[in-house]
Design a protein around this ligand. Structure first.
Ligand SMILES: NC(=O)c1ccc[n+]([C@@H]2O[C@H](COP(=O)([O-])OP(=O)(O)OC[C@H]3O[C@@H](n4cnc5c(N)ncnc54)[C@H](O)[C@@H]3O)[C@@H](O)[C@H]2O)c1
Length: 718
């Protein structure tokens, strides 16, 4: 923030006082502040607030420009989405063009149509690159956004963050993460949405259909300002190729979880989730209550999400060995400081790991090579692995998600396109070897878990020895079945997050302190069942500043239950009212207690058959909407694929008002207890404990509890 101090007569204000002219970095407002020359340095704002619209403000207010802007060169310095499948018939291609052109006046169609047709041919989608704005994309402070509604400004801030080049995976294609997690389908949608947000009042709601702003509709001040749906399909049209087709036509998009809901906070979210998983995984192998010191965690992948593993391992306090076949990914993570050391020789790796074990070092080590080689070598060398997992991209096994052992990275990428049949054979052969090596380690005591990347599913399809004796279930559990579900979600602990809209690091520091204090207060009286989760999150928040987790907006994540989330939010709202911090946006990952129905991930520890239903996520979205959320979202798709999951989330602006206080209490209570109640009905013991406790504390909460049927009674009948 640039400041100058001068003594002068300005705009007719005659004064001998010192004036501080404060201007935001983008000159959106100039405030003249009079500073009393007394020791308390109290600032009296008694003068002028003059607004000069910045280029950014003018551009967002303009929306789609009336004159066609100059064409933009394809910029090779940023990461681009891969060319998408050519899936449309000629008549469908015409429909895609017609759909794209409806954003523009008819007289411009002759100029735009050939360009859009070329985009469809070259990239498989119409992004409307020409309409990419010229201003920098990042989460500007809330006061830099033009508009009539603070809530709408907060939403603009969150959209800008999801498209920040430092945050987004393919920023020019409006993809935030996961290869296809889109904020919008094209730049016309982005521009129109931003314009609507600058115009809206707190008596209107903006309706978003998969990136397309349908319009502003009259509502009321207690209603959400924005309602987002992404990828909602008639169930029979929800297979992967349906996404390719209808996305290419411009009528739907894959919103992932926090991409199309404007709630992504960079890699911090995954670092925290992985830390919690490794810590709790450590508890499963702890014999006498000891911690992770000197224990070894072996896994693979240093890519988008998997790259969080070494950093999380360091925070959790173990020795992490993470194999990665792509040297570019390995060395990038090393340069970024996300992994401490790199080895490309297996013997040297073994020597280093033995030394780290002896001295109980906390260290993360990358192996530049295939993870199967490491599993096999550690078996031969009898290096004991305490925790094992895998985070190669096995949800995408034939197109670069998994690299087979015995082939170099380059050989694999060549065969993948020149001989896909052979490549598939190599992948399956590798998976069989991979699983066999894991089995030898687990026979010695290693705890192995699937990390939501479809490892067990693909290994089983490859014929690997990975099935349980019953021939139905896998021999190993997933991280949600064993760890996240019973230890976190069933008690209501999930990825609560917040963003300081002032953009100031000092506000984030203050919120960290507030959150830590609240958690410590709660922990002093909380039952033993949840003490461990409280302690883990207090440790996390205490180390958060030192671990330098912020990328993009001033955001923080921690796992908290309903009480923790409500009390932290309440304390933030009070601090805002006192002027200690600026407004705060609350939100969460959809990967949470109540947000997501996903039978092979978030709800994989639901065993009453209802894991294939999506009532919980839909009820959550609807329930949040009338309890005070500022915006809400419901998505088909997410980490596990189109048609495999329904997930929802919310955003809420805290502005220090009594209304915000009322809303946060009502909405956060529902947002967590909905999922606990469902998990309790599914007979999960931890959730039954948690919902009974919630009912004791809230007399208005009355939840149907399950009765357990005796297994012998059933056996006598069937
Ligand atoms: N559990 C969770 O919370 C969670 C969260 C995010 C992602 N995931 C899943 O984890 C997987 C990884 O996600 P990502 O974003 O990191 O993907 P990514 O593709 O960016 O990274 C995976 C990395 O694994 C490497 N790799 C592949 N085969 C290998 C092998 N045999 N040996 C060593 N390295 C190998 C690849 O080179 C790549 O860099 C995905 O399937 C994703 O769905 C799970």
């Amino acid at each position: 923030m640039a400041t100058t101090v001068r003594r002068e007569k300005w705009k007719g204000i005659q004064t001998s006082e010192i004036f501080l002219i404060e201007k935001s970095s983008y000159l959106s407002t100039i405030r003249l502040l009079s500073i009393d020359q007394n020791p308390s340095f109290a600032i009296r704002i008694k003068q002028v607030r003059m607004s000069i619209p910045t280029a950014f403000q003018q551009a967002v207010k303009e929306g789609i420009p009336s004159v066609i802007p100059p064409k933009k060169e394809y910029d090779n310095t940023v990461s681009h989405a891969p060319k998408r499948k050519d899936i449309l018939s000629d008549s469908e291609k015409k429909l895609a063009l017609k759909n794209a052109l409806r954003y523009f006046p008819t007289e411009q169609h002759a100029e735009l149509a050939p360009e859009f047709a070329a985009e469809l041919k070259d990239y498989g989608r119409i992004y409307m690159y020409r309409y990419r704005p010229d201003y920098k994309m990042y989460a500007r402070p809330i006061e830099d956004y033009p508009g009539k509604s603070e809530q709408a400004k907060a939403i603009m801030l969150m959209i800008q963050n999801n498209l920040d080049y430092a945050v987004a995976q393919h920023p020019h294609e409006l993809i935030t993460y996961g290869g296809n997690g889109a904020v919008f389908q094209n730049w016309a949608q982005y521009r129109l949405t931003m314009k609507y947000l600058t115009e809206m009042t707190n008596e209107q709601t903006l309706v978003m259909y998969s990136g397309h702003p349908l319009g502003l509709f009259p509502s009321h001040s207690e209603a959400p300002r924005v309602v987002v749906t992404n990828g909602m399909m008639i169930p029979n049209y929800s297979k992967p190729d349906d996404w390719e087709k209808f996305n290419a036509m411009g009528v739907t998009q894959y919103g992932q979880m926090t991409a199309g809901s404007y709630m992504y906070i960079g890699p911090q979210g995954i670092v925290h989730g992985t830390t919690i998983t490794v810590l709790n995984g450590g508890r499963k192998v702890s014999v006498n209550g000891e911690g992770l010191e000197g224990k070894l965690f072996l896994t693979s992948g240093l890519g988008g999400m998997s790259g969080a593993q070494p950093k999380a391992g360091n925070i959790a306090g173990c020795i992490t060995v993470c194999a990665e076949v792509n040297p570019a990914a390995t060395y990038k993570r090393h340069e970024q400081g996300w992994v401490d050391e790199v080895y490309d020789d297996l013997d040297e790796l073994c020597t280093r790991v033995k030394k780290a074990k002896e001295s109980k070092e906390v260290v993360s080590i990358a192996f530049d090579g295939n993870v199967v080689d490491v599993w096999e070598k550690f078996d031969k060398e009898d290096i004991y692995i305490d925790l094992g997992s895998d985070q190669s991209s096995l949800h995408n096994p034939w197109a670069g998600g998994y690299y087979p052992v015995g082939l170099s990275y380059k050989e694999s990428t060549d065969i993948m396109s020149s001989n896909p049949g052979l490549f598939k054979e190599k992948v399956q052969e590798s998976l069989r070897r991979h699983a066999a090596a894991i089995n030898r380690h687990t026979a010695k005591g290693t705890y192995f878990f699937d990390y939501g990347n479809a490892f067990l599913l693909e290994a089983s399809r490859a014929g690997a020895d990975i099935m349980d004796e019953d021939g139905v279930n896998f021999r190993y559990s997933s991280y949600v079945q064993d760890i996240m579900g019973p230890m976190c979600f069933d008690y209501g602990f999930g990825p609560f997050r917040w963003v300081c809209t002032s953009g100031k690091a000092k506000d984030l520091l203050k919120t960290d302190e507030i959150a830590c204090q609240v958690l410590e207060d709660i922990m002093s009286t909380s039952p033993t069942e949840i003490q461990q989760q409280m302690a883990d999150n207090i440790k996390w928040i205490k180390g958060a500043q030192e671990n330098k987790l912020v990328v993009g907006s001033q955001a923080r994540i921690l796992y908290a239950d309903a009480e923790g989330r409500i009390r932290i939010a309440e304390a933030f709202n009070n601090a805002i009212a006192d002027g200690a911090i600026g407004p705060v946006v609350l939100g969460r990952d959809h990967h949470d207690v109540s947000g997501t129905d996903s039978p092979y991930r978030e709800t994989s520890n639901i065993y009453d058959g209802s894991q294939f239903t999506a009532d919980m996520a839909v009820q959550n979205f609807v329930g949040d909407s009338f309890r005070g959320a500022t915006w809400i979202s419901l998505h088909n798709g997410g980490g596990v694929g189109w048609g495999e999951v329904i997930n929802g989330g919310f955003g809420m602006l805290l502005d220090g008002t009594p209304e915000a206080d009322r809303r946060l209490k009502m909405m956060l209570h529902w947002d967590v207890n909905n999922g606990i109640a469902r998990r309790s009905w599914a007979r999960n013991d931890e959730a039954i404990f948690a919902i009974k406790r919630a009912m004791e504390r809230t007399p208005e909460l009355k939840v149907t509890l399950p009765n357990d049927a005796d297994a012998s009674l059933l056996d006598s009948l069937i």
